[in-house]
Design a protein around this ligand. Structure first.
Ligand code: ADP
Ligand code: PAZ
Length: 415
């Protein structure tokens, strides 16, 4: 396998995914399949260009061959695995480069020796299916390894990746490459993993909780009869959680419990009012239920995250995972929880490519060593261009800024 490295560049010509796709990585989770793939631009060099590059002082050096193109991000529900297989089959995949040389798809048949990097539980669960239907071997990468590798890569390579979100104000955080570690990475997928990250490949999964994105989606489905996750989120925007949550003021006759620092508006008991009134499920508005549920889960994750940060003396907590979906209410709730419990000591930060950490990690695992060299050059910049959704039935009514189905221009250098 030839050595390659990946450079994210700033230019104005992001490609639509109509060129040749040469590298694909998957993260097949409990709820969603995430993919990151490299699509060569039509004008891109062949990758075996051997020209020389000469500087002003007359010195010439062999130009590093480069393949230009763009990184694409897409997601699909895991329950639609058959659709995922069909899409991969119909993609103009060319397994040159990172994978086996000259291994191309002919007549939609992929040669036996083809493999793609995959992570998440589904890389194990669906390995036989990929082999049987596409003849592709899923080369499994550990999920936690990938989450950390993806987060580290994005934090270092993308200039505006991390941001805080407080009282509706989003502020990008400048990442100092020399002062990134340690931090707590909280990935809110179907369930939640909390990982203490001390460096590249240096980490420990210190905690987790089963009350995560799958809980919100699952309970939300049962309680509101929503058909999709987006519908559930959209409902929650219109709801009022105070109708269902029991507040400190409800218990203390409208007053704060100031002796222990609890304002009257603080939630004393999530869903607590639902038991104290003689009402059935149908008596509650679905939007109020959705709002209360979103708040309960976000608050709980924020609190457990803070407690783990406290355990290890960590000041920075980065939140990823598709549960967040760039939603202001979710991010605000998590930020307030971290701020409240840490008395302002710890900071919640969010990642623009929140749901793609694992897939990005699997993608960069094609080329671990060279990537570190590249990052040391600090020459990476990002160009984000939105491409049409791959998931065609996706029509978000939401105001979030989640990165889905976008492209990033980049160059792969061959050495
Ligand atoms: N379109 C969607 N369909 C289903 N769940 C979604 C969607 N968008 C966001 N989510 C949320 O994201 C969670 C999955 O996040 P993700 O990081 O992809 O985890 P996993 O790897 O477990 O699939 C879901 O449980 C749900 O809360
Ligand atoms: C098992 C998992 C790592 C799978 O990852 P996911 O598909 O949820 O992203 C995750 O769901 C998890 O960490 N659950 C919490 C388990 C616990 O610590 O209690």
């Amino acid at each position: 396998m030839g050595e390659k490295n990946l450079e994210i560049v700033q230019d104005q010509t992001a490609t639509e995914p109509n060129g040749q796709i040469s590298h694909l990585a998957l993260d097949i989770g409990g709820s969603l399949i995430k993919s990151v793939y490299f699509c060569r631009s039509d004008s891109s060099g062949s990758g075996d260009d051997q020209d020389h590059e000469c500087s002003a002082n007359g010195g010439c050096a062999k130009k590093r061959p480069a393949i230009e193109g763009s990184l694409h991000f897409a997601k699909l529900e895991t329950s639609k695995i058959d659709q995922c297989l069909e899409t991969i089959k119909s993609m103009k995949l060319q397994f040159n480069g990172f994978v086996h040389q000259n291994n191309t798809i002919e007549d939609n048949t992929i040669k036996d020796t083809s493999f793609i990097k995959a992570t998440g539980g589904g890389a194990h669960k669906f390995a036989d299916l990929f082999k049987e239907k596409l003849g592709i071997t899923l080369e499994k990468e550990d999920e936690m390894d990938c989450l950390v590798a993806g987060a580290n890569f994005l934090l270092k390579a993308v200039r505006q990746e991390a941001f805080t979100y407080i009282d509706g104000v989003k502020e990008f955080v400048q990442i100092d490459h020399n002062d990134l570690y340690p931090y707590l990475l909280v990935n809110i997928g179907s369930g939640v993993s909390m990982i203490k990250v001390d460096g590249d490949g240096l980490f420990e999964r210190v905690s987790g909780t089963s009350i995560g994105g799958g809980t919100f989606w699952g309970l939300g489905n049962l309680l509101t009869k929503c058909k999709s996750f987006d519908e559930l989120l959209e409902l929650s925007h219109r709801g009022n959680h105070r109708v269902i949550d029991m507040l400190v003021g409800d218990i203390y006759g409208g007053m704060d419990y100031s002796k222990v620092g609890l304002p009257s508006r603080a939630i004393a008991s999530s869903f607590g009012k639902a038991i104290s009134e003689d009402k059935e499920l149908d008596d509650y508005k679905p939007e109020d239920i959705a709002r209360s549920l979103l708040r309960m889960i976000s608050n709980n994750i924020g609190q457990i995250s803070y407690l783990n940060a406290l355990r290890f003396g960590l000041k920075r907590i980065f939140f990823g995972g598709f549960f967040i979906r760039g939603q202001s209410y979710t991010m605000d709730t998590i930020s307030v929880a971290v701020n409240f419990w840490s008395k302002g000591e710890a900071k919640a930060m969010f990642l623009r490519h929140e749901g793609f950490l694992g897939a990005m990690g699997a993608f960069v695992s094609y080329d671990k060593q060279r990537l570190d060299d590249l990052l040391a050059k600090e020459s990476l910049q990002l160009q984000v261009r939105t491409s049409p959704p791959v998931d065609t039935d996706y029509q978000s009514p939401l105001n979030g800024e989640s990165i889905e189905n976008e492209t990033i221009n980049c160059i792969i250098h061959t050495a």
